[in-house]
Design a protein around this ligand. Structure first.
Ligand code: MN
Length: 496
């Protein structure tokens, strides 16, 4: 039975409307036309393909597009999301897409398709390779954003897959996708991906956390309610207006991670429920902090100024924990609307703010603040996230989807030895992206490589010219030393 909540086909107008809910977005007619065109094209191409749930496959691409719209992405990203499974799963060709939608959208779709070849195996080394591969392959951050939206929908409809597949996909979602969402500063998506995957990945722990939340949440909410009431009065007295406050309940996976760090002692967790206070300006944030500390005694060592010192992924907010005076403890988080939006949507919010046409007056102060902040280029942000670790590296797949991380200019020989030394020693050729290739062929990022082996094949000294990695060179040299009766080594011994 398809899940009506997630397996419905979103209409194109629903998708457009969702994007325009963002205060900074009003589409121009030609932008809407592009989205409508992609919608139609995709609908025709996918035809009556079905998902594992029995729901139309087209529902999946409309949901993926809907999620990118909810992150505040623009018309091209939404169009690419609608078309993201076209190359892989339908008869439509890359040339056709290129002709209909141009090179920018085509390259977004191609990027997403390439990321689809990944398969999670579970070792730590492999997890890191997968994350690196994601970052290295996606020259454009929008590719990752579409891929993450795609994963969010897939994880929400995971119940239709066989259990062992569920487990693997859930772990991969936590280790790779949610981790990347976090690195891109997309807080809301990180939490959603983790909490959807949590029950499949760690069922016992999930049940434990659920139970714990049930018992503790009510108590904490009671304290918070009182704090909220007195704080609201006090802020009004100080003339701080335009305040938004709400309770944020800690996400389940995040709570479990924290419990593990605190010896599983829930009494050491102070932010199960927190009060968020959103104010117009940075100045207001510090004013509110002062008022809070004047009213309640803060817990020593629990005041965190992430406004002055943002987290590595750009997160900004002030956190403080207070004694409520009646035996309770509560956390208060103070931030501006801009910081709030950035914390929820991360890198996507930079796209949302970029196009400021058609702004609603109501949100004028958002934009005012934006202008005082340094304009962060998403490409630059991604570059800094990649850091050094993707520099001069390529990521090559086995036919099973395992990622092998190699220095650039590596050859088939390097790859073969990286997979297994037996495969290295028996290699005589390779099939790269379906094409037969020689051992000396230099590999490119994203190649899918199958090594052809033969029992009679063995390393020769010529291989040393092709091998770039020290692993392959070491193994080849050892083989030559151990196995060659007329090698320079053995003739040396004969002579002496
Ligand atoms: Mn998909």
């Amino acid at each position: 039975m398809p899940d009506p909540q997630y397996d419905t086909i979103k209409t194109v107008e629903e998708i457009i409307e969702e994007a325009e809910r963002s205060p900074t977005k009003t589409f121009r007619p030609e932008e809407k036309a592009l989205i409508r065109k992609a919608y139609k094209f995709s609908q025709q191409a996918h035809g009556d393909q079905k998902r594992a749930s029995g729901a139309p496959f087209f529902s999946h691409v409309t949901m993926t597009a809907f999620y990118t719209a909810s992150f505040g992405m623009g018309d091209k990203t939404i169009a690419a999301a609608l078309l993201h499974d076209i190359i892989e799963d339908t008869k439509a060709t890359k040339e056709e897409i290129d002709e209909e939608f141009g090179p920018e959208i085509t390259s977004l779709i191609e990027g997403v398709t390439k990321l689809g070849h990944l398969k999670y195996r579970g070792s730590d080394r492999h997890v890191e390779s997968l994350r690196k591969f994601f970052l290295a392959s996606a020259k454009d951050p929008r590719v990752i954003i579409i891929k993450l939206a795609d994963r969010l929908h897939n994880i929400r409809t995971l119940q239709y897959l066989p259990p062992e597949k569920q487990h693997r996909i859930a772990l991969e979602t936590i280790e790779v996708h949610a981790n990347l969402a976090w690195r891109l500063g997309m807080g809301r998506l990180t939490g959603e991906l983790q909490d959807e995957a949590f029950p499949y990945a760690y069922p016992k722990e999930y049940a434990m956390v659920e139970k714990l939340l049930k018992t503790r949440r009510k108590v904490d909410e009671k304290y918070l309610e009182k704090v909220y009431k007195s704080l609201k009065k006090e802020l009004a007295l100080h003339g701080i207006k335009d305040i938004t406050t709400y309770q944020r309940i800690k996400k389940k996976y995040s709570l479990w991670q924290k419990l593990k760090r605190k010896e599983m002692d829930v009494d050491k967790i102070y932010d199960l429920v927190a009060l968020r206070v959103i104010v117009p300006t940075v100045e207001d944030c510090y004013k509110v902090l002062g008022i809070v500390h004047n009213m309640w005694r803060p817990l020593p060592g629990r005041i965190k100024d992430y406004i002055a010192l943002p987290k590595p992924n750009g997160y900004q907010s002030i956190h403080t924990t207070i004694f409520t005076g009646d035996g309770g403890i509560a956390e208060i988080q103070i931030r501006t609307m801009f910081m709030h939006h950035t914390a929820e949507y991360g890198i996507a919010s930079h796209y949302a703010y970029k196009n400021q046409e058609g702004l609603n007056d109501k949100y004028f102060h958002w934009v005012q603040q934006l202008k005082t902040l340094e304009d962060v280029d998403p490409k630059e942000m991604l570059k800094s996230l990649k850091g050094d670790f993707t520099h001069n590296r390529i990521f090559v797949f086995t036919p099973e989807g395992d990622v092998i991380d190699l220095p650039s200019n590596s050859s088939v020989i390097d790859f073969a030895y990286a997979v297994h030394s037996d495969i290295g020693e028996r290699a005589y050729g390779a099939t790269i992206n379906g094409k037969h290739s020689a051992l000396k062929t230099i590999l490119q990022n994203g190649d899918i490589v199958k090594i052809d082996t033969k029992k009679t094949s063995k390393p020769t000294s010529k291989w040393l010219d092709y091998a770039k990695t020290s692993l392959a060179r070491r193994k080849i040299q050892k083989y030559l030393r151990d196995n060659s009766s007329d090698s320079i080594f053995s003739s040396f011994w004969k002579k002496n």
